[in-house]
Design a protein around this ligand. Sequence first.
Ligand SMILES: Nc1ncnc2c1ncn2[C@@H]1O[C@H](COP(=O)(O)OP(=O)(O)OP(=O)(O)O)[C@@H](O)[C@H]1O
Length: 472
Amino acid sequence: MKVRCLKCETVYNVPDSKIPEKGAYVRCIKCNSRFFLKKKSQTKIDPQEKQEDTQKDCQRICKNCERKIGRLETPHVHNSYIICSECYQKLKTSVGKEKISANSRENHKTKSQKDTGAKSVSGFRSYGLMNSFFSLFSKDLAIDLGTANTLVYMKRKGIVLDEPSVIALYTDNRMERRILAVGKDAKKMLGKTPANIKAIRPMRDGVIADFEAAGAMLKHFIRKARDGATFFRPRVIIAIPFGITPVEKRAVRQAAQQAGAREVFLIEEPMAAAIGANLAVTEPRCNMVVDIGGGTTEVAVISLAGIVSSKSLRVAGDKMDDAIIRYLKKKYNFIIGEKTAEKIKQTIGNAYPEAKISEVMEVKGWDLLLGKPRIFSVDSEEIREAIFDQINAILETIKLVLDRTPQELASDVVKSGIVLTGGVALLKNLDKFLSEETGLPITIADNPLSTVAIGSGKALDSIELLDKVIIS
Ligand SMILES: Nc1ncnc2c1ncn2[C@@H]1O[C@H](COP(=O)(O)OP(=O)(O)OP(=O)(O)O)[C@@H](O)[C@H]1O
């Protein structure tokens, strides 16, 4: 018998023989929640109701994973398709003619564009009367759930929250975890906690690394951004790195649903970054955007609201911090923490060798040879050397994406150049280095740290744009 956890929706195959006649309480090994399990035969169903149920269920069976999409479940609907929330295959909504379409994104987009032209009901508009009613009152949100920072944009208000993606959890004697602090307060605790408190960064390389902690953090941020308003649950659009796996996507979706979102939509980070940087993404013109955050670097060429060529690299600000830590340890036997390394990168980090005298910064750390803490001076030339491999990896990715871009479109990029977004776009002389190496003009977006959130928010504000850029 297939059993689904009511909280995290993990499905288990439990042999009927193992379920006692009276039923039993079971615990989900993934989310630890407890629920009651009954034998199938114990549930008495009115024959007429059963027939109706079967008819309705028959209209909603995913032929890919054979999962029934239940009556009480709100399926994810996009452009008149119901999307199976188990395997993300499309299931046509037209009654009696259910058919799973494994259309490519392009086919789907063409259909959606046709639909818009014919004034048919588009994905975001097809939620029925109740949803339209709720959306009048709910404060819909766009979220950049980043590896380093989480930003929340509220419809018609702009950015209402900007906090580090960190949560501090306290483990009590019964080994239960409780939230101690989230965001800025939790970041202050990084590396300074006793054994029973852990300050965690639940996002790694742009994706969820600790599901429970990420969910709790998201829930806290959504509540804080909505300022306690809890009656109408919001629709949420979340920016995710390009090309993450369906499992990683599902984790983001579920975390947002558990955090209280009524509907969850996903947008690819490079697309959100391009919209946030005010590029004309819907025009038949090519734009190249490079978003360098904490965990990922997203390089994409965008035209007609679609990604023409793109690559996501799991090398960005965090890997630079690690490289600085390794460099100082190897060369000087000097140990520093993550926060100090980040501060060094932001203060004297440099991507281009400069003729003038390099900058110097004093940092506190642990001297392995002396066996005690001390103050040490690092200079910008050494830091440039320490992070050179990461900068070079970013450059190689840009060249690769340019190589893959059709000739006709690449000529547009030569004219318009590359737009840099994400926190690392602020690294000193990175634009100069990339411009010299690629031969293309480089522009840094106005607010590189908030471009993705602003872009996702702009999509949320315009239903036509949203319809074109959300992904399933
Ligand atoms: N002035 C600066 N110079 C260099 N790096 C910086 C500067 N300011 C911020 N950063 C770095 O930018 C990164 C955070 O950027 P951002 O907030 O865009 O990432 P994110 O959205 O959280 O991550 P991701 O998009 O990879 O999930 C951090 O590594 C931070 O150290």
